[in-house]
Every structure is written in structure tokens, then in C-alpha cells.
Design a protein around this ligand. Structure first.
Ligand code: NAP
Length: 340
């Protein structure tokens, strides 16, 4: 098929760079343009401060950075958004009104009832909300959201537990990487040799977004912290299950869990979305964050603390599965669905 044209807004930031990296080698999409603030506009993309571990894709380096302007976005098939949410809140609905399909990382609109908030392996059916969104708002385009990074990394391993054993209560404490706060998010002086035991708004996002994704009033408690890790959020999770379990059965349920993206063979789908790892000292950010090319959540330390009391540690790449990778996978799913 002809490649679909993709445009990235917020392309110079940490999530924007991941989009550019993923789209450059994507079999379905062609990156035709990038936009950012007036601070970057007019430069070549090759002049930005590229921070990823692989070289900047050559074709991206040649693109001129547009100043973001809803009236000047070229005609493309998908707009991938990595804007700060206060900017996205103004820009994304305007683009959807003008007929663009916007696949977004930002937290605005995530909880609105007609906005799909998609982890492709967990709640693919929620793409149907696009039809309702268009009818209700009179848009020919649409806005599709991916959840908060920590929500995604928690909800992927929770899904097989919920399906097989039921869940009555969840406690989670996160240790989140500095890249989760954006390029200029956490000053080095604040985070080196340190831990910050609070991330504004993050605990509420985990709780409220998980309730929306699983469509139930889950009893869920979260504490979110920032740690001096570059990439990869680690989450310590305690789950009260409805049925009792043994550890082997939980590990097996996680290991064999697959979703629609795997069934459809979507290009960004990892073969195994949840990867249990052996060894009492795993998962670790440096060793495990690139599992499934950054799209798998790695789970270790699975323990039975008592009847119906499960504990485990989950780790996922915050800018890939937690951000741009999940968004690209959601776009692939949408393209294969009836709602595109
Ligand atoms: N980092 C993560 O792990 C992660 C995970 C999940 C979700 N998110 C969400 O994804 C979004 C992007 O995060 P990030 O970490 O990539 O942030 P970031 O590194 O701060 O990048 C922000 C991007 O937005 C652009 N921008 C800022 N103000 C703008 C304006 N007024 N008009 C046009 N463009 C503007 C910036 O362009 P300039 O370079 O020109 O300033 C830059 O390209 C945020 O909403 C964040 O909450 C992030």
C-alpha cells in the first residue's frame, strides 16, 4: 500500500523524538513534516538537541521545523501529538474539527467519555468511541489518546490478572525516570543523588485512567516518585485478587497474554506484551527497558504474600511503551479498524 502521511507536533521534545525515530523506519507511515514552538521554528530538524541512543534518521534531519499553526498543518493522514497538555488542549480539538486524525500523548481530554484512551492489547474495543466523538462534536477528524506512561505500564500486567483471578484492590508505588518529565522537566541538581517522593497529578492519572480503561470502579491507591534513572519506569505493585492463585499460574497468565495487536501482527506490536523475568534482582531499568524494542512490560519478583495477596515489580520504557510507541501502535490498530 502507499504509505500514510504522518506529521509530528511537539517533534523536538523527548516524546516527539521517539515518534520521529519510530516513524522513520515504519512500514506504513512516511514522516512528511514536524512542528514545534516558535523557539524551534525555521531550523532544520537536524539542528535540534537529539538525545536518543540511535542516530537521528537522515530524512528527518533534512525536514524544516514548522511553527505549529492549526491553519497551516499540511494535508496528512495522521497527526502525532507530543505537546505539553495546556498547548494540546487548544490545538488538538481544532485539528480534529478541521478533519485531522490526532493521536496524542498529552493528558488533556483523556477522561472525556467520548475520547478513546487506548492500550491496544487491553481495551481495543474503545476505539468505537471515535464514532460517538464525531457524532457528538460534529468533527470529521478525531482525537485518540494513549494513557499516562505509568498507567500503561501498570495496566498491561494487570489485564491477565484481572481476567484470570479477578482484582479487588491495587496498591502501586512508582519509581519514574527523569525523561518522563520532558526535556527540561527535572533539574539535574534536584534529582542526582536523590529521590523526589511526589509527581504532580500523576497519582490521580493512574487511578482515574485505569478505572476508565478497565470500565470498573477499581479500588486503587498510588504513590508516584521520581528517581535518577534516564529511561524506564519501575512500579512495585500489590494486588488483592478475587480468587486465590499460585505464583506459577500468575507467571503463566502474564507470559501467555496476547492482544489484538499480536493477533493482527501490527508492525509495532511486541511478540509478548508482558514478559516475566526470572531472578530476584530483576527487572532493572538498564537491563530490561528495551524488551520487545521498548514495547514490552517486564515483570519480576512475582510473590504470593498470603491468600489472594499478590506482589510483583513491573518495568516499562516510558517514552516507548509509555508514550510514542503505544501511540503508534494505537494508530496502527485504528487504521486496521472500522473507525478509520
Ligand atoms: N516524557 C514521557 O515519558 C511522557 C510519557 C507520556 C506522556 N507524555 C506527555 O507527552 C507530551 C510531550 O512530553 P515530552 O516529554 O516530549 O515534553 P518536552 O520534552 O517538554 O517536549 C515538548 C514539545 O512541545 C513543543 N512545544 C512546547 N510549547 C509549544 C507551543 N506553544 N507550541 C508548539 N509546540 C510547543 C516543544 O517545542 P520546542 O522545543 O520548540 O519548545 C517540544 O517539541 C506531554 O504532554 C507529556 O505529558 C510524556
Amino acid at each position: 500500500m502507499d504509505k500514510l502521511k504522518a506529521y509530528v507536533i511537539g517533534a523536538t521534545g523527548l516524546v516527539g523524538q521517539r515518534y520521529v525515530q519510530l516513524l522513520a523506519e515504519h512500514p506504513w507511515f512516511e514522516l512528511v513534516g514536524v512542528a514545534a514552538s516558535e523557539r524551534s521554528a525555521g531550523k532544520k530538524y537536524g539542528e535540534i538537541n537529539w538525545v536518543l541512543e540511535t542516530p537521528m534518521p537522515e530524512r528527518a534531519a533534512e525536514l524544516k521545523i514548522d511553527k505549529l499553526d492549526v491553519d497551516a498543518v499540511p494535508k496528512v493522514d495522521v497527526v502525532f501529538s507530543a505537546l505539553p497538555s495546556e498547548v494540546a488542549a487548544k490545538v488538538e480539538p481544532e485539528l480534529a474539527k478541521r478533519g485531522y486524525l490526532v493521536v496524542s500523548n498529552s493528558s488533556n481530554m483523556r477522561l472525556e467519555p467520548d475520547v478513546p484512551l487506548i492500550i491496544p492489547e487491553v481495551n481495543p474495543d474503545d476505539l468505537a468511541l471515535i464514532r460517538e466523538q464525531r457524532a457528538r462534536r460534529g468533527w470529521s477528524g478525531a482525537v485518540l489518546k494513549k494513557p499516562n506512561c505509568s498507567t500503561t505500564i501498570l495496566d498491561l500486567p494487570l489485564k491477565p490478572i484481572l481476567d484470570e483471578f479477578g482484582v479487588s484492590r491495587i496498591h502501586v508505588a512508582t519509581m519514574q525516570a527523569v525523561t518522563g518529565a520532558g526535556y527540561s522537566g527535572v533539574p539535574s541538581v534536584a534529582i542526582i543523588d536523590n529521590l523526589i517522593p511526589y509527581i504532580k497529578g500523576e497519582e490521580e492519572k493512574i487511578v482515574n485512567e485505569s478505572k476508565k480503561i478497565f470500565k470498573r470502579d477499581l479500588e486503587i491507591y498510588a504513590t508516584t516518585t521520581r528517581v535518577p534513572v534516564l529511561d524506564g519506569h519501575t512500579e512495585v505493585v500489590y494486588v488483592d485478587t478475587v480468587k486465590d492463585f499460585d505464583v506459577e499460574a500468575v507467571v503463566e497468565a502474564m507470559a501467555k497474554f496476547r492482544g489484538l495487536p499480536q493477533e493482527l501482527g501490527l508492525p509495532t506490536a511486541p511478540p509478548q506484551p508482558v514478559v516475566p523475568v526470572a531472578g530476584v534482582d530483576r527487572p532493572q531499568p538498564r537491563l530490561d527497558r528495551m524488551a520487545g524494542r521498548g514495547m514490552s512490560v517486564v515483570v519480576g519478583r512475582v510473590r504470593r504474600l498470603g491468600p489472594k495477596k499478590l506482589a510483583f515489580v513491573a518495568l516499562g520504557h516510558n517514552t516507548i511503551r509509555g508514550a510514542a510507541g503505544n501511540a503508534v501502535l494505537a494508530a496502527e490498530l485504528l487504521i486496521k479498524s472500522d473507525y478509520y
